[in-house]
Design a protein around this ligand. Structure first.
Ligand code: GDG
Length: 469
């Protein structure tokens, strides 16, 4: 079996999982994947260094070797806070109003991708499969090819691929997208993002898309397909059964004092639709005075990307909005929103999910959304809760039995909450039974098997020594 070399912006060791702060879905999924393959996980340590030297810190733990590098402050500003999170993230989430185009971001992005390639290339052996993750590292495959690597290299995009009409607003969009042709396999979360990519290839690059998923542009051919990511069903099931989860369940149920809990769990990010969610919930409180104090919203929102100004702005807006709603509707023994900017361990989170009768997950745009799947996975089969889910989350294509809403519509959110409250147990069980089937079978193990086998089958390995060796 070939080794698997996983490359992503950040690396998180498996042991750090439960204690970690605002863990993104990406790191949750990847540490699960690396337990199975005899591989190396390479990426940025998250630390700053005075001068980039290419020095790697190697660690081996639980069958996973991690190799990390530190980056210079300018790299972090231009590549991570800049091009990745101020340019590509908003643009790929359809927010061209928030996308910033600054030349220094683009050059910092290319420089860091070169630094990644330069440092990781000597670790890669001819038979290794290389799996690059996410929007931070789009040009990395090309950078590795430029250094003579003939390995099978795949790329998976965790976030949406935007419609061509939006993508063309990115300066040098064609140059960026062409670098993707250096990969053997390109994976997207859903058919929708795949279609947008194919549309761009045909329209902007003059390429051809075959029915079998092969894409041809000039003399390059690459396979592209949708591989929806899932939760680690087994690991999460164990977390739900743990003593920590049970304590968290009891704690929340006790503090709810007979009221129903509506839960939301999201990184504090404008793509997650938190402001719109609060406003939808506020509409419910206005319209349904009689049911109002029979429930409350528990919104867990650990801060992320605090160095990017738009994230500070959204945080201020949410502080203000939750305060205003609470001031307006609260009574001496009830507050409508418990808004928590803290992160919890996975087992605690599992207990909270299980204790909540309703989940309100309403991103404005989301590649997949693992929280929705975790909520389903955490439910009691005999008395499951109701999932209210944005139709613009990738997960909505699989979780069709959730109450799907337009996250921009206050009325739809409000009506869905009412419907969830009134939903008979038999209907809750029916909907949950259909959703859990997808969560169980299309889990993270199935995801990585599907992607890695596509990569293995992309073409026979080239067994010659790479030129850099
Ligand atoms: C990106 C894409 C895609 C959240 N708060 C806490 C905590 N979390 C965990 C959740 C979940 C993960 O973070 C969030 O994953 P999502 O999928 O919901 O969202 P992103 O972070 O935006 O992830 C997304 C994903 O990549 C994977 O491909 O689904 O579309 O945007 O696992 O549980 N974990 C802990 N404490 C918290 O307070 N421990």
């Amino acid at each position: 079996m070939s080794r698997l070399i996983v490359i992503s912006n950040r690396v998180s060791a498996p042991k750090a999982q439960s204690a970690a702060g605002a863990q993104g879905g990406l790191s949750v999924a990847l540490s699960a994947a690396l337990k199975e393959y005899r591989g190396i996980w390479f990426g940025w340590s998250g630390e700053k260094t005075e001068e980039f030297t290419g020095h790697m810190d190697l660690h081996r733990e639980g069958g996973v070797t991690t190799a990390t590098i530190d980056l210079e402050e300018q790299d972090i500003d231009e590549y991570y806070n800049g091009y990745a999170n101020r340019t590509l993230w908003p643009l790929f989430h359809y927010r061209i109003d928030l996308a910033e185009y600054d030349r220094s971001f683009g050059s910092g992005y290319e420089r860091v991708n070169e630094r990644f390639a330069e440092t990781v290339a000597p670790l890669i052996e001819p038979d290794d499969l290389v799996w690059v993750h996410d929007y931070h590292l789009i040009p990395l495959g090309q950078q590795l090819r430029d250094r003579g690597l003939k390995n099978r290299i795949g790329f998976f995009l965790h976030i949406p691929w935007p419609p061509s009409r939006l993508l063309v607003s990115l300066p040098y969009h064609e140059r960026l997208v062409r670098t993707l042709l250096a990969y053997d396999v390109i994976g997207f979360q859903t058919e929708e993002w795949l279609e947008s990519f194919c549309h761009y290839v045909e329209r902007e690059l003059g390429g051809r898309v075959d029915k079998d998923g092969m894409i041809h542009v000039g003399d390059r051919s690459v396979y592209a397909a949708a591989y929806p990511i899932g939760v680690d069903y087994k690991e999460f099931g164990e977390a739900v059964e743990s003593a920590t989860a049970r304590e968290a369940f009891e704690r929340l149920r006790k503090s709810a004092a007979g009221r129903r809990t509506i839960i939301g769990v999201d990184r504090l990010d404008y793509s997650k639709g938190l402001e719109e969610r609060f406003l939808g919930y506020r509409r419910f409180l206005e319209k349904h005075g009689e049911s109002r104090d029979h429930l409350f919203l528990l919104q867990i929102a650990p801060p992320s990307r605090g160095e990017v100004a738009t994230y500070e702005v959204i945080r201020e807006h949410l502080d203000e909005l939750s305060g205003r709603i609470n001031g307006e509707f609260a009574s001496v023994d009830w507050v409508p929103i418990r808004y928590v900017n803290q992160s919890y361990g996975r087992a605690e989170l599992a207990g909270f999910y299980r204790a909540a009768e309703i989940a309100l997950i309403t991103p404005l745009r989301d590649g997949m959304n693992l929280v929705a799947k975790e909520y389903v996975a955490a439910q009691d089969p005999d008395d499951p809760g109701v999932l209210i889910l944005s139709r613009f989350a990738g997960a909505a294509l699989q979780l069709k039995d959730a109450l799907l809403v337009n996250p921009y519509s206050k009325d739809e959110i409000s009506d869905a909450i009412m419907k969830a409250i009134r939903m008979p147990k038999a209907e809750r069980i029916r909907r949950w039974t259909s959703m859990i089937e997808s969560v169980r079978t299309e889990d993270v193990v199935a995801w990585r098997h599907a992607f890695v086998s596509a990569l293995e089958n992309a073409r026979p390995p080239v067994r010659s020594e790479p030129e850099h060796a």
